[in-house]
Design a protein around this ligand. Structure first.
Ligand code: FES
Length: 138
């Protein structure tokens, strides 16, 4: 039996879609059922300004993605990194035991998007530093 909150987020999922030119994108697949979830994030001043998701998953996965998007929006990067699968289940007022594996996709996809953002930033920083060094040699 699903909680009212799960049903609400499944029937009216928040933040569905894609962010063009997202600062970070993370896709994860569930090895148990093969379902897939992608998170897109936009970062401003070290916080998640916008977040969207797309999922090819079950009703529980849709509810999970929806609640994770709400939990993440407005959080700093460090706060968002601390969102765990257990927190997601608690926030949804629980999931049936056989659906607990569905809760893994949400936080994992979000964290992957955050890692992707961090990797892009490191790459950009390296490029800027290389350019600066190049100028200094002239
Ligand atoms: S059955 Fe695949 S995520 Fe729920």
């Amino acid at each position: 039996m699903y909680s009212k909150k799960v049903m609400d987020h499944f029937l009216n999922p928040r933040n569905v879609g894609e962010i063009k030119n997202a600062d970070g994108v993370g896709t994860v697949g569930n090895p148990i059922c093969g379902d897939v979830m992608t998170f897109y994030i936009k970062i401003k001043d070290n916080s998640i300004e916008d977040v969207k998701f797309k999922t090819f998953g079950c009703g529980a996965a849709i509810a999970v993605a929806s609640i994770v998007s709400e939990m993440a929006k407005g959080k700093t990067i460090d706060e968002a990194k601390k969102i765990t699968n257990e927190m997601v289940v608690t926030e949804l007022d629980g999931l049936p035991p056989h659906k607990l594996h569905c809760s893994n996709l949400g936080a994992d996809a979000l964290h992957k998007a955050l890692s992707n953002y961090a990797a892009k930033r490191r790459k950009k920083k390296r490029r800027t530093e290389t350019k600066k060094k190049g100028k200094g040699n002239k």
